[in-house]
Design a protein around this ligand. Structure first.
Ligand SMILES: Nc1ncnc2c1ncn2[C@@H]1O[C@H](COP(=O)(O)OP(=O)(O)OP(=O)(O)O)[C@@H](O)[C@H]1O
Ligand SMILES: [Mg+2]
Length: 292
């Protein structure tokens, strides 16, 4: 376990943060009236989609809410971060989308959590687009995840479902957009932060018009903020100017513990709850919970 001391955080502030996290987790996050289903999408790679899905879900789970994380990325990074088997013979999202298996049968409880489950992504998910084209009628292809989720939610009480998307706008992401009512867009605080966002928004608009009238970009989260650069600061201003109040007040700082946690099969919420990254993800999760 890492100490509370972090290069960019004075010890006293970090210790205070750890207390805040513990108190925060004991306090109740408000339970949504009905299941909230969020897709975490951005076709740009490495912007913090998985880190956001994992840590916001972990915060909700630690607060006692029922949470399902659907790993829709063949890389399986969210499954790795929750230490859920997605290697060789494992089953998961592919089997749900293309082999008629149910989410209930394919999901696994995340070790260390009492109310958090993961539908893992196996490598064969990389071939899902092609498999869909050859085996599923064109009109049904976008709705494979939506149909499976409807069956699952009919007899499982979930507070939150998070869908972690791959860095593309292919049929897997389309399935995610057809299945949810909210999109959460993580945006990395770096040069060209908004590059590609127009294309993402056009895809979301397409999905809303053709597949899912309930779809809405509810949340934008700024990630990997570096307080020592003016660039990060100017990106925050640019993104707030563009997306207005969809942008959470909380900004996620760059933190080594956030990057390190998955290699221990953990979220940063459990790996180092006192770190600046964990505190920020908890605050982001609370904002999400309180916004609806
Ligand atoms: N706040 C942070 N501080 C430090 N490193 C971070 C932070 N957030 C994410 N990272 C690291 O940046 C990399 C990319 O993050 P992540 O995997 O969450 O992005 P992604 O959008 O899911 O990527 P992909 O498009 O490949 O799915 C990872 O190595 C992750 O550990
Ligand atoms: Mg990812």
């Amino acid at each position: 376990m890492a100490s509370f001391e972090e290069e960019d955080t004075p010890l006293a502030a970090a210790a205070a943060a750890a207390v805040y996290v513990r108190r925060g987790l004991k306090g109740s996050f408000s339970k949504p009236k009905k299941t909230r289903i969020l897709t975490i999408a951005n076709q740009k790679g490495g912007v913090g989609k998985t880190t956001t899905a994992v840590n916001v879900a972990a915060a909700m789970g630690l607060a006692g809410l029922n949470v399902l994380v659907i790993d829709l990325d063949p890389q399986g990074n969210a499954s790795t971060a929750f230490n859920v088997d997605h290697w060789e013979d494992a089953s998961g999202t592919f089997d749900v989308l293309l082999d008629g298996e149910t989410i209930a049968d394919m999901m696994s409880p995340a070790p260390g959590f009492e109310s958090l489950w993961v539908l893992p992504a196996t490598l064969d998910l990389a071939g899902a687009d092609i498999e869909m084209i050859t085996t599923v009628a064109e009109t049904e292809r976008p709705f494979l995840l939506k149909n499976a989720l409807e069956v699952f939610l009919a007899d499982h009480e979930m507070d939150y479902v998070f869908v972690d998307c791959p860095p593309s706008l292919g049929m897997l992401t389309i399935n995610a957009l057809a299945a949810v009512s909210e999109v959460l867009i993580p945006i990395q605080c770096e040069f060209y932060a908004l590059e590609g966002v127009q294309q993402l928004l056009r895809t979301i608009e397409f999905a809303k018009e053709r597949l899912n009238p309930d779809l809405d970009v509810s949340t934008v989260l700024l990630t990997m903020f570096n307080s020592s650069t003016n660039l990060s600061q100017s990106v925050v201003g640019e993104v707030r100017g563009y997306f207005g109040d969809k942008v959470l007040d909380t900004v996620i700082p760059r933190s080594t513990y956030v990057a390190e946690a998955p290699s221990f099969g953990q979220s940063v919420m459990t790996y180092d709850p006192g770190s600046s990254g964990a505190v920020a993800y908890l605050a982001a999760a609370r904002e999400i919970a309180e916004r609806k």
